[in-house]
Design a protein around this ligand. Structure first.
Ligand code: IPE
Ligand code: IPE
Ligand code: MG
Length: 245
């Protein structure tokens, strides 16, 4: 048992979630995989609702990875349609709740209708000051890092910057989560214990929480369980336990 001194009952500022297990959830019910993706929308609402209530500052949800293009064409198609549908149906409510919605990832590969929907949603909510909700779509952690490196290389080339001036802070500013607090807590549902090329740079010191439940079964209680677990961790950031307690 950890001593009570080590318990900090803080709300994590930035929570990232790998929403995994939709396909297996559906399969166990004798349904096709895409049935699980559709059922997962309810869990997304629950995650946002919990984040709003508990005053989490930023929530980043992994919706589609750069590797997910390798799935069967039909499944990718359904995921894209679902993304469009959900953006359309949820944006007003998010806006009403003062949520700033952003899509992070290489959206250039999406069809023009989806690109417009993303753009409109971001425009509508850009001045909101409550929760920042990032949807990671066609996102890859390596892509994010390479992009940041390219931007910095261009700045050096143009003489705006010298190599010696590149710091971790400056590098962070070129990534997708530039203006967000670092990730405090990463939750992954679906039983796998891996990062799957999600936020690599930003997860450097995140607490990791893995849950066996499939994403469609995720609810506010699951989120609370993860936060409770987070609150029992001692975050040492390289120091000794005595130094931080
Ligand atoms: C996560 O669920 C959703 C996406 C990756 C889009 P999966 O579709 O990966 O579900 P499993 O892992 O096959 O059960
Ligand atoms: C990670 O899930 C991506 C998303 C949740 C969007 P995957 O199901 O694609 O991950 P791997 O390939 O099993 O690691
Ligand atoms: Mg999966």
């Amino acid at each position: 048992m950890k001593s009570l001194n080590n318990i900090h009952s803080q709300v994590p500022e930035h929570v990232a979630i790998i929403m995994d297990g939709n396909g297996r959830w559906a399969k166990e019910k004798g349904k096709i995989r895409t049935f699980g993706h559709k059922a997962g929308v309810k869990a997304v609402r629950a995650a946002v609702s919990y984040a709003l209530k508990s005053k989490v500052k930023a929530l980043t949800l992994f919706a589609f990875s750069s590797e997910n293009w390798n799935r069967p064409v039909d499944e990718v198609g359904v995921l894209m349609e679902l993304f469009k549908l959900v953006l359309g149906s949820e944006v007003k409510k998010l806006h009403k709740n003062n949520v700033k919605l952003r899509v992070i990832g290489d959206t250039s590969r999406f069809d023009s209708k989806l690109i417009k929907k993303v753009h409109d949603a971001e425009e509508l909510t850009k001045n909101n000051t409550g929760l920042t909700l990032n949807i990671a779509a066609n996102y890859g952690g390596r892509w994010d890092i390479v992009n940041a490196a390219k931007t910095l290389a261009d700045k050096v080339k143009s003489g705006e910057l010298t190599t010696a001036e590149i710091t971790e802070e400056l590098f962070t500013e070129q990534t997708c989560a530039a203006d967000l607090p670092v990730v405090d807590l990463l939750i992954r549902t679906g039983g796998e214990q891996r990062i799957s090329n999600f936020l690599l740079w930003q997860l450097a010191y995140a607490e990791l929480y893995f849950s066996d439940i499939y994403w469609p079964d995720f609810n506010e209680q699951t989120f609370q369980d993860a936060v409770n677990d987070f609150n029992h961790r001692q975050r040492r950031f390289g120091k000794t336990g005595e130094q931080v307690s």
